[in-house]
Design a protein around this ligand. Structure first.
Ligand code: PGA
Length: 255
């Protein structure tokens, strides 16, 4: 059976103290109810990664993710963080290709393919984000856009590597806007993604890959989104900044 996963992406929020407090609140919440059927992944900012990874070690079913990593292994890249550095904190996952990185930092599919390779070479599991913007959706180009992102950033991988990837479908128009994809839109796209993976890698890999939904997913709408056949959990931004909301989203995944 596919893994059910909920990822909390804190983005550029929380100072050192605030982030540690939130991690402690999450630990407290999950010490009474464990939600063992869900893999919970917390993606704090870099400065919090090592301490949150350390705190979460005591809690079963929790992992940490970096929100980004550099595409080159090491060297004179002032201000950047490498995949090996991320791994050295005890972190096993990294978000790659988030639409905010694509939009504000000019990351394209070619660069993202290199990040995926570097992450895998350092034994990090990429949580790879794909999604169309509103103009593309309105022009009915969303399937094409998604296909291009998959093809250019992931489909170079051999099967053994592709099978390690987690995919997050995040329509850009739904991120932080309060507008969520409808059940129909989410299931339709997730099914499309899985069928394209099936064409490229076969049924065994396509049926095992976890495809998460992201974009204004919260305690109110998570249950119906997660009930879709091809939605295997969520990548949560705003609602992951409160332990109560994050716990409610995790508990929205059916057992
Ligand atoms: P949001 O962000 O839940 O705040 O819409 C999701 C994301 O960008 O990962």
């Amino acid at each position: 059976m596919r893994k059910k996963i909920v990822v909390g992406n804190w983005k550029m929020n929380k100072t050192l103290d605030e982030g540690q407090l939130l991690a402690d609140e999450i630990i407290k919440a999950f010490s009474v109810q464990t939600a063992d059927h869900v893999l919970k992944i917390i993606a704090p900012p870099f400065i919090l990664l090592a301490s949150v990874a350390d705190k979460l070690k005591s809690l079963s079913g929790f992992e940490t993710a970096a929100q980004n990593c550099h595409h080159i292994s090491s060297g004179a890249y002032t201000g950047e963080v490498s995949a090996a550095m991320v791994a050295s904190t005890g972190t096993n996952y990294v978000i790659i290709g988030h639409s905010e990185r694509r939009l504000y930092f000019g990351e394209n599919n070619n660069l993202l393919a290199q990040k995926v390779n570097t992450a895998l070479a350092n034994k990090l599991t990429p949580i790879f984000c794909i999604g169309e913007n509103l103009t593309e959706r309105n022009a009915n180009q969303h399937l094409e856009v998604i296909m291009k992102q998959l093809k250019e950033a992931l489909f170079h991988l051999p099967s053994a590597d592709f099978s390690k990837i987690i995919i997050a479908y995040e329509p850009v128009w739904a991120i932080g806007t309060g507008v969520t994809a409808s059940i129909h839109q989410a299931q339709g796209m997730h099914n499309y993604i899985r069928s394209e993976i099936n064409k490229k890698y076969g049924i065994e890999i396509s049926s095992a890959v976890s495809i998460l939904y992201g974009g204004s997913c919260n305690a109110k709408n998570a249950k119906e989104l997660f009930a879709c056949m091809d939605v295997d959990g969520g990548l949560i931004g705003g609602a992951s900044l409160s332990a109560v909301d994050f716990t409610a989203v995790v508990n929205s995944v059916a057992e």
